[in-house]
Ligand binder design. Structure first.
Ligand SMILES: Cc1cc2nc3c(=O)[nH]c(=O)nc-3n(C[C@H](O)[C@H](O)[C@H](O)COP(=O)(O)O)c2cc1C
Length: 397
């Protein structure tokens, strides 16, 4: 295991930077190649020479280093490894990552990467406990960044508390575990998410209440399992899953085109709330109200059916999962949808008038296949994503 794995190790300017040398050694013993990146501050704590000697690799540090850009540009550097590890992650680096700053090589790589990022914070207990730091960490967790530590213990400054960087052996174990989790490695999975928007005129549109939270949670879970995720999403306010190929769309027709031009897929999960109709006579100019009796003539035409067409396509994914939101007769309607669309599994959820599922943190779903039905208890959408991920793992093996 790990023979062909590669990580990019970003070393921040903290007192624990010296531990990065031991981390590199442990990773090398586990056959993991390390590309070291130093922040400018980190150069005060460890030398490029000692890192190069231990890693036997070129050590990168400066964004505007012409040689590096010709050998390996900063975008390429952000893509060549399987995982980016930030250890030690200073309060400053954590703040930069949480706010999308890109003012040096390390932060630019992190913003540009399409890989998962594992953060090992290291700082004084007061720095860690500051609301600004805690809120930055919360934000990063929501964005899908992985964390290890910090631990509680003695600090280099003589104080005691939470803020010590996790030990190199713990960081190495977490890296190995993240690789072992790759049970969906080499599986290409489509996830559609969010609402679609059908234009009436440049100002008005027909859409729906889908928040994109459930689709995003599923995509995050699948990325964490190592899948290559194609995420086709309508407009939402949710942060896109890190590590997925993101294809933003507006209308159902756009979504159809994106879905069918990025396949074939091993698995398809159609969680988006796709509008059944579009406006056939949409106007390129704002429709004006002429008098109080005038009503615009809006002609609706059926949209192409993504789920049904995927289910009967030549390159049909081995597993096609649809979603059904029903206001009544949940299981009956969901079962009918399963049959009429020709998909393999429906995740059905009931839309109650009072407590809508749209935008909520939790959901209660029923899994329906041709010969099986299981009601899952209420849980967070993240947990549903993870449970669905496990179901897909079972299917794929
Ligand atoms: C001796 C010394 C030790 C430091 N240790 C830490 C530390 O452990 N954690 C931290 O967040 N900042 C620490 N700092 C402050 C950072 O070096 C400083 O915030 C710097 O801007 C971080 O830059 P970087 O995030 O680009 O590496 C330390 C500073 C000094 C002078």
């Amino acid at each position: 295991m790990g023979k062909d794995k590669k990580i990019t190790l970003i070393i921040g300017g903290g007192i624990a930077a010296y531990k990065s040398l031991e981390l590199i050694r442990l990773l090398q013993n586990a056959h993991i190649e390390v590309i070291p990146i130093l922040t400018k501050s980190a150069e005060n704590f460890v030398t490029t020479l000692s890192l190069a000697a231990i890693s036997k690799k070129k050590v990168y540090s400066h964004l505007f280093d012409l040689n590096d850009e010709t050998e390996m540009g900063h975008i390429q550097l952000s893509r060549v490894s399987d995982l980016i590890v930030v250890a030690p992650a200073t309060a400053n680096l954590i703040s930069k990552m949480a706010n999308g700053l890109a003012d040096d090589l390390a932060s630019t790589l992190i913003l540009a990467t399409n890989k998962k990022v594992l953060i090992a914070p290291s700082m004084n207990v007061q720095m860690w406990n500051k609301p600004a730091t805690l809120s930055n960490v919360k934000k990063l967790k929501e964005y899908g960044f992985l964390f290890i530590g910090p631990n509680t213990g003695d600090m280099a400054c003589g104080e005691f508390g939470l803020g010590r960087m996790a030990e190199p052996s713990e960081i190495k174990d977490k890296i190995m575990a993240s690789f072992q989790n790759n049970t969906l490695l080499n599986k290409k999975i489509l996830v559609t998410s969010g609402p679609t928007v059908e234009r009436i005129d440049p100002i008005r549109f027909i859409s729906n209440n889908s928040s994109g939270l459930q689709g995003t949670a599923i995509a995050n879970a699948l990325v964490n399992l190592g899948a290559e995720v194609v995420f086709v999403t309508g407009p939402t306010n949710v942060s896109h899953p890190i590590g997925a190929k993101i294809i933003p769309i507006e209308s159902a027709k756009d979504m159809y085109k994106a879905v069918f031009s990025n396949g074939p897929y091993d698995v398809a999960i159609c969680a988006a709330a796709v509008s059944d109709w579009h406006v056939q006579n949409d106007s390129s100019r704002k429709i004006k109200k002429k008098d109080s009796n005038s009503k615009p003539n809006i002609e609706l035409k059926e949209n192409p059916d993504i789920l049904a067409d995927l289910s009967k396509s030549k390159n049909r994914p081995g597993l096609v999962i649809g979603f059904a939101a029903e206001t009544e007769q949940l299981t009956k309607n969901a079962k009918e949808k399963l049959i009429s669309k020709g998909c393999d599994l429906i995740v059905a959820n009931k839309v109650e008038k009072k407590s809508s599922i749209f935008g909520a943190k939790n959901n209660e779903v029923t899994i329906i296949t041709n010969d099986y039905m299981e009601k899952w208890p209420e849980m967070t959408k993240t947990e549903i994503g993870e449970k669905l991920g496990q179901l897909i793992v079972k299917y794929c093996h």
